[in-house]
Write a protein that binds this ligand. Sequence first.
Ligand code: PLP
Length: 445
Amino acid sequence: MAYPDFNMEHQWLPFTPNRSFAQNPRVFVAADGMHFTTHDGRQVLDGIASLWCVVAGHNRRPINEAIKRQLDTLDYATAFQASNDQAFKAAEMIAAMAPGDLNKVLFCNSGSEAADTSLKVALAYHRARGEGHRHVFIGREKGYHGVNFGGMSVGGLPANRKAYGAQLLPRVDHMRFIHDPIGHAFIHGREPVWDEDPLLELEQRILPLHDPSNVAAIIVEPVAGSAGWYIPPQGYLKRLREICDRHGILLIFDEVITGFGRLGTPFAADYFGVVPDMLNFAKGVTNGVIPMGGVLCSQRIYDAMMQAHGSSPEHAIELFHGYTYSGHPVACAAAIACLSLYQQEALFERAGQMGRLLGDAVHSQIKGLPHVVGIRTLGLAAAVELAPAALPGKRAFDVFMSCFAKGVLVRPAGENLVLCPPYIVEPAHIEQMVSVLAQVLREYA
Ligand SMILES: Cc1ncc(COP(=O)(O)O)c(C=O)c1O
């Protein structure tokens, strides 16, 4: 397809510099396996699983066929006051994969909706138990929980505060970020051991300030993905779990990125051995092929909500929440096919194995190159942090553009370049991604 064959006047591109895009458009028209085809006929290696989504690679037959079959069987059905067979099956499979008593799935359509859903469940749960005064949410600096008002509020991105700060949720606080650029700039496949305790601030300042009895939930990404793959210090999540338990606070893991195998285990909760009260997912649940998200809730939360309504009339709705497309049969059919495929091909284990290769390659080939001030690898993901330039983010953006020109899609995130390929990645692809990034960094100097 030639460039003039499409008109770029009418799409307002999300999270993209629209003014400059047309000068150097990056337009995909086909994809297969690890590669895209661009409008001008080039092959580009998908080094970021299309934003952490396409974990099984592109154009997977079993997923495509499940979707086509479902379209011909039950295209759509309302989600309210009724359901569909695919939604029950998908929920059963997701719950079976999840750790602990994370047994109940509330479906939605994206990670942003999952964030807001989990926050609303936290408020509803506490109210149902007679603790409706628990309103405070705690997130973390640089956290990303999507673009809706709840998720933006508990998220910790300065750009969101700049543009939308006037109307974010009022009773929200944030823990400090989990990065030590001096002591642990380079992290290779394991959690860093910190001398200090980053959660003392939560215990000794934030919780006393709000009074812990007012706190509804704490939400974190187990590994801070969108900010640039920041890995928690050893023991951090276990200690967070203990603090939450001590004060009756719900712990929410946002696993939109880490869920479905990125760390070599089904969820980061498994990797770190910590079970949250709610776990948000999206992206990999359908290999990104069709929008879907959800919140896995503990049986305890569900039971409490049902018990609280024990004396309500039978037609009363226990949780006043849902989306028109919650549990969409086609998305659920895709999810069922994906989860089966992940198991059949042992893709999560493969992510762990390939992650070790990626970590070794990035550390050995990129450490010491110009501007590189940090490298963090864990699971099948790596971040290369560059020293900030005069214009924030410019250096990473330029590197991203040069890598694209050389046929590799990497992700600029602040001052970081992130690699997080599909789990079907081969050693040769890893070599290509890392050597192109290294070459661009050398040239950029
Ligand atoms: C941790 C996390 N939460 C939420 C979201 C938002 O997901 P979506 O873009 O599907 O709304 C993302 C997206 O990258 C994410 O990384």
